[in-house]
Design a protein around this ligand. Structure first.
Ligand SMILES: [Zn+2]
Length: 746
C-alpha cells in the first residue's frame, strides 16, 4: 500500500538497533513499524513510501518498506562463497561461506567493537560508549563493561568515532568451527568527506580537488555538522545535517577484518559485499543512486586489497593520506580515467599506490642433490649417573649400558629442484629433522656430527641463501623486541616487514607492537616464519611446520607460503606431521621418511621387477626379504614389485648376496620361503644369488603396467633419470636374456 511517513521515534541510547517509524496509508490506516534508528533517521516525515504487511502492528520481520526508488526494509542480507584457489593448479583449496548483512542487533555492535580493538585500540583511544539502563550512567570502554553498581553487563550505546550518519555491514562466518569467531569483519559507510584538497609534492595545495575530477554537484550536500556546538547540542546538530545530506558518492570509512582472516582475501571480499549493499540500497542516505565510493586510508599503502577490489589511487590529501575511488558507473569510470590521463601528477602514478615489496629472490642456480647419503644415529647409553629408580626401571626393560647405532638413512638419492615446494612426512623420530640438519650442514658448512653425512655427499648450489627453523634448535632470538621493530631491523622497510607478517598469517596491528616474548606459541611460530622470509632466502627449511596452529590457520598460512615460494622462486622444504596440509601446499614432491628409508611418495619408482606369485605377495607383505635369482644385480634403491600385470607394491633393493648353493640357501628358507625342490629345479646345478629387499610395502591401489611380448625382468615405470642410465644399460642385457624369476620355472 502507499502512504506517508507520519513520525519517526528515535530513542537515544538504543537508536542504533531500535526505533519506530509510523506510516499513514493513503486510505487512513496507521502502522507502527519497528526498525533500526541507523536506517530510520534517514527517512523524512511526509516522505512517500510503499508498505507491504499483513499485520497492523508488524514485528521486525513482518513487513517490507520502500521509498519511491529504493528498498528500505528488510535490511540488506546476502550469502557469499569465497573460494581460495591454488595459483598453481587453480584447484579450490578451501572455501568460506559468509553472510553479509547490515548491522541490526545490539550484539552486532559489540562484535564491531571487538574487531575494532585489533585495529586501533589503545589505552589512549577508547572505542565505545556503554550505558546502564537501570542507573542511567555511561562508560567508555573497549569491551563491554559491567555496571559498577552491580546491574550486570552494560549495554552498547555507540562507537566513539562513528557519526549518526554511519551505517555498518557485518560479515558472519557460516559453517564455522567452534573455535572460529561469528563475525569476522565489518564495513562502515558514511557520506563523503566534506572537503578534500590535494597536496602536491612541493607542499602546495590544490583546493577542493574532487570538483576537478568528478561532476562538482556530487559534493554539494555533505554531512558536515558544526563541531563547535556544545556537547548537549551535538545529537541535534547531526540530526539537522542528516536531513540535508545527499550525494552519489559513498565513503568507505572503515573496513576491518579479523586478523586471523585478513591476509586470506576476506578484505577484498568485504569490499565486494559492501559494493552490493551500497549499489542496491543507496547507502548511506537512500536519496541518490551511488556512482562511486571514496576512501581515505593510510593503510592502502601497506595492503593491496583496496586496489585488488577495484579502487584507484587519485591523490594525496592535504594531510598526506591517500584518497582512493571505486567507480560504480560509467560516469565515474570516465571521470577517473580522464583524470588519470589528463592530470600530470596522476599520470605519474597511474592510479596505483600499493607496491609489493617482496620481489623475486635469486633462485638456487641448480638442484640440491643427495647422492648415496647414509646417516647413522649413534648414542651411548650409560646407566651410571641416573637416579636409582630410573635405572631400576630401565633395567627392568632389559636396557643396559651399550652403544646404540641405527641407520637413519642408508644410501639415499634425492634431487630437490630450484623453486619447488617439498614436503617431508613420516612418523616422529623417523629422521625428518635429520634430513633438514644435513641440508643445513651442506648449505652452511656446519661441522657438528648431527649436521654431517656419514657417507655419500650432498651437492648444494653455490648461491644458496638459507633460512631454517627447527624448534628449540635453530630459531631466531627475538626476545622482548616488538615484532615489527625486529623485522624492520632486517628489512629496513616497514612495508616489507608488514608484508611478510601478512604472509605468515599475522595481520594484527596489536601483534605488530607486541614484544615477541609475550606472544602465544602459535603466534611465535608465525613470527619466526616472517623473520625467516624477511631475510629473503632462496632455500627455506622448516621443521614441524604449522604444528602449533589450529587447522584453519594452518591451511591459510600454508596456502600463502606455498604461493609466495612459487611466485618468488623460493625452494621450500617443510617437515610436517599434518597430512591434511598437502591439500593446500600442493607440493611438487612429497618425501616419506622412516626407519632407514627416504623416498618420493608421490612418484612411482623408476623400475619395476617382475616377480611370480606367491613370492611377489609374500615380499610386499614383508613375509620374505630375499628374492632368489641366477645373477647378481647392480640396481639399488626403491623398486616396484610387479605381479600379474600390475604394480602391487614397492621395496628397497639393498644388496646382492651370493653366490649360494641350494644347500646353503636351504638354511635361509625363512628369508626366501622357497623349498629345496623348487630351488633345485630353478638352479639346474648353477649357483644362485639373493637380492636383499627391505621396507617393502603393498600399494593401496595396484597400478596396471603395460606388458610386452617375451620374458621380461624389469620394466621402466617412469621416464628415465639422467643419473641412472649407466646402471640400466648393464641391466638391459639381463632383461633380454631368458632369465626369469623363481616361480616361472614351475
Ligand atoms: Zn547500573
Amino acid at each position: 500500500m502507499r502512504g506517508r511517513i507520519a513520525s519517526i521515534e528515535l530513542a537515544r541510547p538504543t537508536y542504533r538497533y531500535l526505533a519506530f517509524v509510523e506510516v499513514k496509508s493513503d486510505v487512513g490506516d496507521t502502522f507502527r513499524l519497528p526498525m533500526t534508528g541507523t536506517v530510520a533517521q534517514w527517512l523524512r516525515v511526509g516522505q512517500r513510501v510503499h508498505l507491504s504487511t499483513e499485520k497492523a502492528q508488524p514485528g521486525f520481520d513482518a513487513y517490507r518498506l520502500r521509498t519511491a526508488r529504493v528498498v528500505v526494509w528488510p535490511l540488506f542480507e546476502k550469502v557469499y562463497t569465497l573460494e581460495r584457489r591454488s595459483l598453481f593448479s587453480d584447484r579450490v583449496l578451501y572455501r568460506y561461506r559468509l553472510r553479509a548483512r547490515e548491522a541490526r542487533y545490539e550484539r552486532d555492535y559489540a562484535a564491531i567493537v571487538e574487531l575494532e580493538q585489533y585495529h586501533y585500540a589503545s589505552r589512549a583511544r577508547v572505542l565505545a560508549h556503554w550505558y546502564c539502563e537501570q542507573c542511567g550512567i555511561y562508560r567508555m570502554a573497549n569491551a563491554r563493561p559491567d555496571c559498577p553498581a552491580g546491574h550486570g553487563p552494560m549495554r552498547f550505546y555507540d562507537l566513539k568515532d562513528a557519526t549518526r550518519a554511519s551505517r555498518f555491514l557485518v560479515l558472519e562466518l557460516l559453517d564455522r568451527q567452534p573455535y572460529e569467531p561469528e563475525v569476522v569483519g565489518y564495513v562502515r559507510i558514511d557520506p563523503p568527506l566534506p572537503l578534500l584538497h590535494r597536496r602536491r609534492p612541493d607542499g602546495s595545495l590544490d583546493q577542493d580537488i574532487r570538483r576537478r575530477i568528478f561532476p562538482p554537484d556530487w559534493f554539494d550536500h555533505p554531512f558536515q555538522p558544526d563541531p563547535d556546538v556544545p556537547p548537549e547540542a551535538w545529537w541535534e546538530e547531526q540530526g539537522k545535517e542528516l536531513a540535508r545530506t545527499r550525494s552519489p558518492v559513498a565513503r568507505l570509512a572503515r573496513v576491518v577484518v579479523h586478523p586471523d582472516y585478513r591476509a586470506d582475501g576476506l578484505g577484498v571480499q568485504a569490499i565486494r559485499c559492501m559494493v552490493d549493499w551500497v549499489r542496491t540500497r543507496w547507502i548511506p542516505d537512500m536519496r541518490l543512486p551511488k556512482r562511486a565510493i571514496e576512501t581515505v586510508a593510510q593503510m592502502a599503502r601497506f595492503h593491496p586489497f583496496l586496489e585488488k577490489a577495484g579502487f584507484f589511487f587519485l591523490f594525496e590529501t592535504g594531510s598526506g593520506r591517500p584518497a582512493l575511488y571505486l567507480p560504480l558507473d560509467e560516469t565515474a569510470r570516465q571521470a577517473i580515467t580522464h583524470f588519470l590521463q589528463a592530470d600530470r601528477l596522476a599520470r605519474a602514478h597511474g592510479g596505483r599506490l600499493y607496491q609489493a615489496r617482496f620481489t623475486p629472490v635469486e633462485p638456487l642456480n641448480g638442484p640440491i642433490v643427495l647422492h648415496q647419503v647414509t646417516k647413522i644415529y649413534r648414542s651411548q647409553l650409560n646407566l651410571e649417573g641416573l637416579a636409582a629408580p630410573v635405572r631400576a626401571a630401565l633395567e627392568a626393560f632389559g636396557v643396559e649400558a651399550r652403544d646404540l647405532e641405527t641407520y637413519v638413512f642408508r644410501r639415499v638419492n634425492l634431487r630437490l629442484e630450484p623453486g619447488t615446494v617439498n614436503v617431508v612426512v613420516g612418523a616422529s623420530g623417523s629422521g625428518k629433522t635429520t634430513l633438514l640438519r644435513l641440508l643445513i650442514g651442506a648449505a652452511t658448512g656446519r661441522t657438528e656430527p648431527l649436521y654431517r653425512t656419514d657417507e655419500g655427499e650432498i651437492q648444494m648450489p653455490g648461491n644458496v641463501r638459507l633460512q631454517a627453523l627447527i624448534p628449540g634448535e635453530v630459531e631466531p632470538a627475538l626476545g622482548r623486541q616488538p615484532v615489527l621493530e625486529a623485522l624492520y631491523q632486517i628489512t629496513g622497510d616497514a612495508a616489507l616487514a608488514i608484508e611478510v607478517l601478512n604472509v605468515a598469517g599475522l595481520a594484527d596491528a596489536v601483534l605488530f607492537r607486541a614484544p615477541y616474548a609475550e606472544l602465544s606459541t602459535g603466534q611465535k611460530a608465525r613470527v619466526q616464519l616472517a623473520w625467516a622470509l624477511a631475510h629473503r632466502p632462496n632455500l627455506l627449511l622448516i621443521d614441524e611446520f604449522a604444528a602449533h596452529l589450529d587447522p584453519r590457520t594452518a591451511a591459510r598460512v600454508g596456502r600463502k607460503l606455498a604461493e609466495l615460494a612459487r611466485r618468488y622462486g623460493i625452494t621450500l622444504v617443510l617437515v610436517t606431521h599434518r597430512p591434511e596440509l598437502l591439500q593446500v601446499l600442493e607440493p611438487d614432491a612429497i618425501y616419506l621418511v622412516g626407519y632407514g628409508t627416504l623416498f618420493r611418495a608421490d612418484e612411482l619408482p623408476e623400475l619395476g621387477l617382475f616377480i611370480k606369485e606367491p613370492y611377489a605377495s609374500l615380499l610386499v607383505e614383508g613375509k620374505k626379504t630375499w628374492e632368489i635369482r641366477k645373477h647378481p644385480t647392480r640396481v639399488r634403491g626403491r623398486i616396484g614389485i610387479v605381479s600379474g600385470g600390475k604394480l602391487i607394491g614397492t621395496a628397497e633393493l639393498r644388496e646382492t648376496r651370493g653366490p649360494f648353493s641350494v644347500e646353503t640357501l636351504a638354511a635361509h628358507a625363512d628369508k626366501h620361503l622357497a623349498d629345496t625342490e623348487t630351488l633345485n629345479a630353478y638352479a639346474r646345478g648353477r649357483p644362485l644369488y639373493a637380492w636383499v629387499m627391505e621396507h617393502a610395502r603393498r600399494m593401496e591401489q595396484p597400478v596396471p603396467v603395460p606388458r610386452r611380448p617375451g620374458h621380461q625382468m624389469w620394466i621402466r615405470l617412469r621416464p628415465q633419470d639422467k643419473g641412472s642410465q649407466k646402471t640400466l644399460r648393464q641391466e638391459d642385457k639381463a632383461a633380454t636374456s631368458t632369465e626369469t624369476s623363481l616361480g616361472r620355472q614351475r
